[in-house]
Design a protein around this ligand. Sequence first.
Ligand code: SAH
Length: 217
Amino acid sequence: MTDTFLAKGKRKKLVDELRTKGIKDEEVLRAINTVPRHEFMDPAFLHHAYTDKAFPISSGQTISQPYTVAIQTSLLNVKKRDKILEIGTGSGYQCAVLAEMGAKVYTIERHRELFILAQRTLISLGYSADFFYGDGYEGKPRYGPFDGIVITAATPEIPEKLQYQLKIGGRMVVPVGDSSSQVMTLVIRSGEADFEYSSHGAFVFVPMLKGTVNNQM
Ligand code: SAH
């Protein structure tokens, strides 16, 4: 499938909708207007790709709702060449939005099937990122420290190890809560052992789970 005028038109409408919902970061809106979200979903669901909803992908997971991607990316305050670690590659859509903004993205997925599929999609669209199959709770200390860390799965508490993979001044965006609802939490590492926390609304994500799933296709 390729990008079409129809898809471009639908994307522009989606961006207008995100604006009315309060998204202000022009670079985030530009990236969402550019990345063809339908390429990250089963072709049967083309018509769902540009509604502001999460949607099922392989391995029983979901592609995040565009509004959620927009909020998480805005809170990260991404600048060109920032080093961003993403936990939960999933479809690869959030990763592509970050890459479109000029970030150097490191992304970890615990399902082997998604790890493979997402790489394929990103490559076919001409985006580059570093993909890892593994447990995101460990982070990627060898590649850090990071300007930003985005966790795209729900965790009952802020993963301690990941906080320490931030640069001083770095930001981590993580949905914290139980399985029914989570609070979008922004963590700013303000000093060697100092962290500032703020809350940014309620969301629902699939859970962040330990270990890996070797569900090769
Ligand atoms: N960012 C994705 C959203 C995917 S949903 C997108 O844009 O499509 C969350 C993903 O997190 C799922 O694919 C799930 O398998 C993955 N995940 C959950 N726990 C994880 C962990 N500990 N390490 C890495 N990935 C994890």
